[in-house]
Design a binder for this molecule. Structure first.
Ligand code: ZN
Ligand code: ZN
Ligand code: ZN
Length: 488
């Protein structure tokens, strides 16, 4: 007779797997690995080893191998920036971005505190209009007015940002604008320096020797599917944030130069098929001074918070899909070349070049039309370098979501290194190992291989627990903040 209950019938596969994990030699290590991932949705599974030797004595000082792990592998966080992919890693990314932006505004993390006295502004540059869209306009006094269609749209209305007359909307212009938004920004920064030199009556060379313009920017999608940029723009001395800008470099001069440079920066895109297009910024340019301390003003913290929030957003937030639409086997061409060098229709996509038919995408009609336009323009040789098939799901935008100039502040990499070093030191202290002697040059060898992504079903349960604990701790901190609890 079988004395143990038949688990196969009464519990879920995840619980069964958890029981299996619990019976391993070192279950504590299993839970520790999962806890270290801080709730990551799809961790990367690695196998491999690393060993550190002293070349003089040839003794192995430290070694680690996944063969010694209870599950034979190491789980590492996916590190994805996008909240739609991994809320936990995206939150960490947002926190890092916050500190990076904040350091560039108020100092800290190796940035001198004097940086807060440098003139700096928060600027928003948007795309021009490509046809009227449904919106929620207000009067100059801030009172809501009806949309041009005659309705008062609620805040979450799906039609917001979509064209009033889709047939008359300039989709080609909209997609080409997104595709050149990064280049337009680059052009703007060049003009910004030129404008400053002109304003101050200096040569470009003299200006560069005395002043540096540092910036950190994020791209965000508007409801109408066009990207816009938010940027912290700051004056520094010639060596970046460590040096003060000259006294004549004022916030007013910066504000004026931004407006002038935004008006002047124009790209001309030539095409016989679509006609030549001027790529320029829209008229709505917002430039606001960032204050150190404020009552209702735009403060360091507020700006860092905005930027961090935007940095984890992605194209999906404007209702598009989160994956490339290019058919993998034929790279979007729709055909493959056979051994006879003749074109064979790609059987994966039936010659469309698309990984999934655009008409089947679960997106709004407006978004589908942006994607379709990007795809159609991708066939034109003059736009080949824009790689519009690859970026069709991004509605043409192929730039980076967050970028900063080298001198702005610390880097995300540096923040990650600090965290990594801290964790390593912690782990070593736990293992009773001495900290490495800084005077000897040790040799570290390693070999790593990607195994898979995701958790075992039992680990998934442990991860859910971690997420629950983290969320509770976060709620408590938030509550303490709002209630002003002196004990937290
Ligand atoms: Zn993750
Ligand atoms: Zn409307
Ligand atoms: Zn194909």
């Amino acid at each position: 007779m079988n004395r143990t209950p038949d688990l196969h019938h009464i519990i879920s596969p995840a619980v069964r797997d958890l029981v299996e994990l619990a019976n391993l030699d070192n279950f504590d290590r299993v839970t520790e690995q999962v806890r270290n991932l801080r709730g990551c949705t799809r961790p990367v599974n690695l196998v491999g080893w690393t060993a550190t030797t002293d070349p003089a004595t040839k003794t192995v000082l430290r070694s680690y191998s996944t063969a010694d792990e209870p599950t034979g592998r190491l789980l590492t966080a996916c590190g994805n920036r996008r909240s739609s992919r991994c809320p936990a890693c995206s939150r960490l990314y947002a926190a890092d971005t916050y500190h990076l932006i904040k350091a560039g505004l108020s100092g800290g993390k190796n940035v001198p505190e004097a940086v807060r006295t440098h003139p700096r502004v928060f600027a928003t540059l948007t795309a021009p209009s490509f046809g009227p869209v449904h919106n929620r306009p207000t009067t100059s006094a801030g009172k809501p007015r009806p949309c041009r269609c005659g309705t008062h749209h609620p805040e979450d209305a799906p039609e917001l940002g979509t064209p009033l007359k889709p047939k008359a909307y300039d989709y080609t212009g909209a997609v080409l604008w997104n595709a050149h938004a990064g280049a337009l920004w680059a052009r703007f920064t060049t003009y910004l320096r030129r404008e400053l030199a002109a304003q101050l009556g200096m040569t470009q060379k003299a200006l560069n020797a005395a002043l540096r313009v540092s910036f950190a920017k994020v791209a965000e999608y508007q409801k109408r599917g066009l990207v816009h940029f938010h940027a912290v723009i700051r004056f520094d001395g010639p060596d970046g944030h460590t040096t003060a800008p000259p006294a004549w470099a004022t916030t007013d001069a910066l504000t004026h130069a931004i407006h002038a440079a935004a008006r002047r920066a124009v790209l001309v895109v030539e095409s016989d098929t679509t006609g030549d297009r001027r790529i320029a910024w829209g008229k709505k340019i917002d430039v606001r001074e960032i204050t150190t301390l404020g009552d209702g003003e735009l403060t360091d913290q507020a700006v860092a918070g905005y930027v961090a929030k935007y940095a984890t957003k992605s194209a999906e937030d404007s209702g598009t899909v989160d994956r490339s639409l290019v058919c993998h086997p034929c790279a979007g061409r729709g055909y493959l070349r056979g051994p006879d060098n003749f074109r064979d229709l790609c059987t994966d996509c039936d010659g469309t070049g698309q990984a999934e038919p655009l008409k089947d995408l679960r997106v709004q009609q407006h978004v589908r039309q942006m994607i379709r336009t990007a795809w159609a323009l991708g066939h034109l040789p003059e736009f080949a370098e824009l790689k519009l098939w690859k970026w069709a799901h991004m509605l043409g935008f192929r730039g980076h979501f967050s970028t900063k100039s080298r001198a702005y502040s610390t880097t995300l990499g540096a923040l990650r290194d600090v965290r990594h070093a801290w964790r390593t030191a912690q782990a070593q202290a736990r293992a009773g190992l001495p900290a490495p002697d800084e005077n000897t040059t040790l040799v570290t060898e390693c070999s790593w291989q990607y195994l898979a992504s995701g958790y075992r079903p039992g680990e998934e349960l442990l991860a859910a627990q971690t997420r629950h604990d983290t969320a509770q701790a976060r709620d408590q901190t938030e509550r303490a903040k709002t209630e002003g609890d002196p004990w937290l």
